[in-house]
Design a protein around this ligand. Sequence first.
Ligand code: AMP
Length: 286
Amino acid sequence: MSAPIIRSLDDLRRQTAQWRRKGEVIGVVPTMGALHEGHLSLVRAARAACDRVIVTLFVNPRQFNSPEDYAKYPRTEEADAALLGPLGIDALFVPDGAEVYPSDHATVISVSGISEPLEGRFRPGHFDGVATIVTMLFNMTQADRAFFGEKDWQQLQLIRRLVADLKLPVEIVACPTMRADDGLALSSRNQRLSAQARGQATALPAILMQAAAAIETGDNPDRVLDETRERLAASGIGPVEYLELCDARTLHAPQPGSPRRLLVAAWLDGVRLIDNVAVSDAPPTR
Ligand code: AMP
């Protein structure tokens, strides 16, 4: 059986009001659909931690940088509802574009600082679109907990900032990146890779993880990053938009003693791939 679909905010509010009256904990998993195992892992985490689970499906036009990418984004609602069926969610909320963004909609949520480097540099306005829709989804679903993937690391940190700054009554739960057997992070956009490019794409996580390991063993990060750019180019991946070692929380330059993250965005076969991995502290020098 497919998951039960709710399309209007009125219907959703009627449902969540009932749950809240009974004191049930509501979890939300925001998605843009074209669901894969990565999304399903978030849903399973929500199922395990909440009494009620709402998955939202909305391809948010405001977070796309090009109308072309928005138009080409896969839309597979029926298959998504079927995939969610066995997971026993309580609602698949598929809001109508005109209800989310009526013609007089005028409010934009902008999180400064953390939205500026990396993705922010290459996708201007993207994070305003993300912050605005996520705030609306929190308000619409009245969720107590919201589940996000580490695959979109900068987005996850930005949402944590947003929730803290606006005192939103929702707990953010981070879930690890799900990967294909060959290491490539699952992504709805991977469907657009040709078979040959899909084969080449496996080099991205492999090279990224080797770079993280080299930095962890004490190699000079700048040198490692230069070599990594060369290795990516040699494996046919590029252009590389960014490859940076950052403070894991602020996404700015790494600070001594703070957790670090290595993040990459690169093009392959007309598809933009992103990935990130943790970089632990260098072992103490002997
Ligand atoms: P999207 O539909 O791409 O907007 O993603 C919806 C949610 O699923 C976001 O919180 C993503 O970070 C998460 N997600 C996407 N791909 C993966 C993955 N491979 N592993 C874990 N979470 C993911």
